[in-house]
Ligand binder design. Structure first.
Ligand SMILES: NC(=O)c1ccc[n+]([C@@H]2O[C@H](COP(=O)([O-])OP(=O)(O)OC[C@H]3O[C@@H](n4cnc5c(N)ncnc54)[C@H](OP(=O)(O)O)[C@@H]3O)[C@@H](O)[C@H]2O)c1
Length: 332
């Protein structure tokens, strides 16, 4: 059995080029006791993967040059030498970026059984959805009536974050790029602000127009000018959940920071970084609460889908130009 997979042979500088990603093939060994073989059907690409390409350990090990890249995937068990799985079972695991995965059964989990398409477990009911919930409820301690600002607000994490924030009853403002993303945000009752063509001062003024009383919570996905503009619009006692700073992931030199971090002091605000896997104990409760709400259509979620293993690097790179709305996925 052959497995086709993507790897990289060098660490990228700045935004990776398409040529960085090499599609290679290997003959899989016979299945060992305790292993399963999975035909992947959906592959996830996520911004954090850029950090794993730098060869440096952060909160997660870097990718190994020449080895298959990793990432979340769903698929169907082809063959199993573990009593917990049988051929035909639908599963989720981290051996993505390839068409056929072979791995220990204890690294594979069965898909939950809500009435949703299986790729929802890579997005709204998977790691990105859980991240939105943890960031707002555990890190930012969101309260009823809070005014909430979300950046990258129409993405995988942001699009659930704005809907959870909206249900609390306060004003919710979402920052996004293109017009169709702003339209979707407005359709959810979210005040939409574009960052495109604006410097930090102009973005700050646009946020003030959208919510003159200021924000109790800032859900940070972008960094840079978005953070600078958000800091100018905090209420006293504001909390900032630092989920990600995608505007910085391709920097090859230290960037000038927001020059107004002192606003944290002036507004007695709290800013806290978090990694969703430190809070994974909430995932089961999150699924129990949101599985039925996603299945009923109460929670809206968007997907941008590329088809075929060959398009996988293009899907990943699209995250940095904003070409995705909602969860970026590759269908095999
Ligand atoms: N802490 C954790 O455990 C954790 C877990 C998951 C994700 N994250 C972080 O959460 C953030 C969102 O992740 P996601 O998976 O939901 O991705 P996503 O939002 O679905 O996709 C990335 C989006 O970021 C926006 N973007 C890209 N470059 C930008 C720039 N230079 N300036 C402004 N906006 C830019 C684009 O939307 P626009 O069209 O609006 O520009 C793009 O569509 C990322 O920072 C990610 O690293 C953190």
């Amino acid at each position: 059995m052959q497995s086709r997979y993507y790897t990289i042979h060098e660490h990228p500088q700045g935004l990776p080029s398409r040529e960085l990603f090499a599609l290679e093939q290997q003959e899989l060994p016979a299945l060992a006791e305790g292993e399963v073989r999975v035909r992947n059907t959906w592959l996830s690409v996520d911004p954090y993967m850029r950090g794993r390409m730098d060869g440096v350990t952060t909160y997660i090990e870097p990718f190994t040059l020449g080895a298959p890249l990793e990432g979340a995937a769903t698929g169907e068990v082809m063959e199993s030498r573990d009593a917990r799985f049988s051929p035909g079972d639908k599963v989720r695991h981290m051996a993505g970026w390839r068409d056929v995965a072979q791995l220990p059964a204890d690294q594979v989990e069965p898909l939950p059984e809500f009435d949703v398409p299986e790729q929802a477990y890579l997005g709204v009911l998977g790691m990105p959805g859980t991240t939105a919930w943890v960031g707002l409820n555990v890190i930012a301690d969101m309260q009823p009536g809070d005014n909430v600002l979300v950046s990258a607000a129409s993405g995988a994490v942001g699009s659930l974050a704005v809907q959870l924030a909206k249900a609390q009853g306060g004003t919710v403002v979402g920052i996004a790029g293109d017009q169709h993303k702003l339209d979707w945000l407005e359709s959810k009752g979210v005040k939409a602000v574009s960052y495109k063509g604006k410097n930090a001062a102009e973005l700050s003024a646009a946020l003030k127009d959208a919510c003159p009383e200021g924000f109790d919570v800032y859900y940070e996905n972008v960094g840079g000018d978005c953070l600078e503009a958000a800091l100018n619009n905090l209420r006293v006692g504001a909390r900032i959940a630092v989920c990600g700073m995608i505007a910085r992931y391709n920097d090859d030199a230290p960037a000038a920071g927001p020059g107004n971090l002192a606003m944290l002091l002036v507004r007695r605000a709290r800013m806290q970084g978090f990694i969703v896997f430190d809070h994974w104990q909430h995932h089961a409760d999150f699924l129990k609460e949101f599985g039925p709400r996603v299945a009923s259509g109460e929670i809206d979620y968007r997907e941008t889908v590329e088809e075929g293993l060959e398009r996988l690097p293009d899907a990943f790179l699209a995250l940095f130009s904003g070409a995705n709305q909602g969860k970026m996925l590759v269908k095999l």
